[in-house]
Write a protein that binds this ligand. Sequence first.
Ligand code: PLP
Length: 381
Amino acid sequence: MAMLAQGVGSAALRAAVPFVDLARQHSAAEPALSAAFERVMDRGSFTLGEEVDAFEQEFAAYVGTRYAVGVGSGTDALHFALRASGVGEGDEVITAVNTFAATAEAIGMCGAEPVFVDIDAETYLMDLQAVEAAITDRTRAIVPVHLYGQCVDMDHVRALARRHDLKVVEDACQAHGARLNGNTAGAAGDAGCFSFYPSKNLGALGDGGMVTTDDESIAMRVRSLRNHGEDDSRLHVESGWCSRLHGLQAAMLRAKLPHLDDWNARRIEAAHLYDGALSDSGVVTPFAARGATHVYHLYVVRAKERDALRAALGARGIQTGIHYAVPLHLEPAFAACGYVPGEFPVAERAAREIVSLPMYPYLTTDEVLSVAAQVAEVAYA
Ligand SMILES: Cc1ncc(COP(=O)(O)O)c(C=O)c1O
């Protein structure tokens, strides 16, 4: 466990553990963050501009696509990528029922209808047989969600899409740097969408997002949509949105990007430490598929008495989360889609049992072992 921070000794064993601690990460990226701030202040280029151009090139190189286009959020990345892929009024777009609401919101923003599918009981990723069964004449696209930091099998998704002439827009908002069988998250579909929400594996100091693609026409259209529908000659060729990546955020992200692989490696190491320490604890630990580089945006375990476990951990100062407590077909916002309880049994059961434990790059060995010991103690009590 050489890379995990060694912690502060046995006194830490009962100490509070936050769900995420960005301050530790930021101190590791100093002084580059301060230098980036000063650079932007000196240049005075706050929306788009040189920092955004440079970050777009660096992020495209990292993901392995020809283009990357910075936007205001992961939600807008999904919205614009879907529009640029031809999704519009009356279309259906298939996605997982267990995801953040933004995935389905973005589909709705295009005037299309989200069609939900159940998830795999082990990986919590979309069930690809269910995707095939959900395809209709109106289906225009599939949005695989690389949930918790683990990639959907993109070879399988691409084969389905080819057979049915569909577009593939990856929701890689939780999967910066994740890979599966030679496919990198964000480089394996027609377009990839990232969020730079602060707690993501690569996070800004506010909101931000990115669309990655090899398709020049998608890149050009997203560039226009993010900036009021302007084209290169500054003509407003369509009515767009105001969703530009800020120069300050791009500069911060440029300072952090060189750390991303190290931060992911630290997350993976913490996850493996949790896996070992929780092996006899009565909770089900995450399943990483063969050949997967799971980057553990979230470390999600499963417990029969989930709410009691959360309450007991909370009382001991250990913060936890639920991702997600209500599958989207049961959220009021998507009631118009007409789904009923019981339609997605795997996701519904998972929603009752899953709990996300503290996970971030500078979690110490002592903290992981302390959280795991307390999970075991409570789960067996
Ligand atoms: C799976 C998923 N999709 C989309 C989003 C939306 O990203 P943002 O919050 O940057 O709009 C998020 C962010 O939480 C996410 O986790």
